[in-house]
Design a protein around this ligand. Structure first.
Ligand code: ATP
Length: 238
């Protein structure tokens, strides 16, 4: 793992430091560039993606008829455990891509936190939590948003498969063992907005708590793409 960034350095130096950390970190994650499918090979419908019947039912009830292009490109590799960076103009279906991937990969019978969704703010977390709940309505998958600075009894009692938190709060919850990392097999990084460098910094702190084979899906592409010297992850650029 690369060296840590120093807080308080100037933005230019911070960007350079971030570039060095990210390129080292991302190189440590496997890459399957050969799995990028050409447009003609892409599934044309949600039904052709190998998703479970109960998930397909949730997709239909939500009102989605056909997948957007980024979903045609991204959902199958996500379900195969690939690391993904989703890049596109907004809004184009990135969040739905990763939420469907999470819902397909989470094992509903194992009531432990299996997916972590990092969000830039509480409002974004609520939106994504609601999306996962609605799409996964027939899967019995529990979603919990951590929004408080300290975990209270309500948080301790609840059992969930998917956790959402801002990275700074998430980091503290893991270090305090309020959430266990043990069963988490995927991390979704929802895109940040204005505080992007700080957000990426905080996301990297979380990554360091996990083994390098945890699946990562990011939709915060601009900084990562610019900073990644070699694209080591499957890059979905629509
Ligand atoms: N296949 C689909 N069919 C119809 N509507 C869809 C489909 N996929 C996503 N949408 C809708 O399009 C909008 C954008 O989707 P989503 O939030 O996944 O995009 P995004 O690229 O993550 O957007 P942003 O970058 O603004 O967060 C949402 O209202 C979502 O419900």
């Amino acid at each position: 793992m690369g060296s840590r960034l120093k807080r308080g350095t100037s933005p230019r130096n911070r960007n350079e430091a971030l570039e060095s950390v990210l390129s080292k970190y991302l190189e440590a994650i496997y890459c399957r560039p050969d799995s990028i499918a050409y447009l003609s090979d892409l599934p044309k419908s949600f039904d052709a993606m190998g998703l479970s019947e109960n998930l397909l039912k949730g997709i239909r009830e939500y009102g989605f008829v056909e997948p957007f292009l980024i979903q045609r490109r991204g959902i199958v590799p996500f379900c195969a455990g690939e690391n993904l960076i989703l890049e596109s103009t907004s809004p184009s279906g990135k969040t739905v891509t990763s939420c469907l991937g999470i819902l397909q990969r989470v094992d509903g019978a194992l009531v432990q936190c299996q997916a972590l969704v990092l969000v830039p703010d509480v409002a974004n977390g609520k939106k994504i939590a609601e999306l996962i709940r609605r799409l996964g309505v027939h899967l019995g998958i529990e979603v919990h948003e951590f929004t408080r600075e300290t975990v209270d009894d309500e948080d301790r009692e609840v059992l969930f498969h998917v956790a959402l938190a801002t990275p700074d709060l998430g980091s503290r919850l893991f270090r305090e063992r309020s959430i266990s990392c043990d069963s988490i097999k995927m991390i979704l990084v929802s895109k940040g907005e204005t505080t992007i460098v700080q957000y990426v910094y905080e996301v990297l702190d979380i990554f360091k708590l996990f083994p390098s084979d945890v699946q990562v899906c990011c939709s915060i592409l601009n900084p990562i793409r610019a900073l990644t010297l070699k694209p080591p992850l499957l890059l979905l650029d629509i």
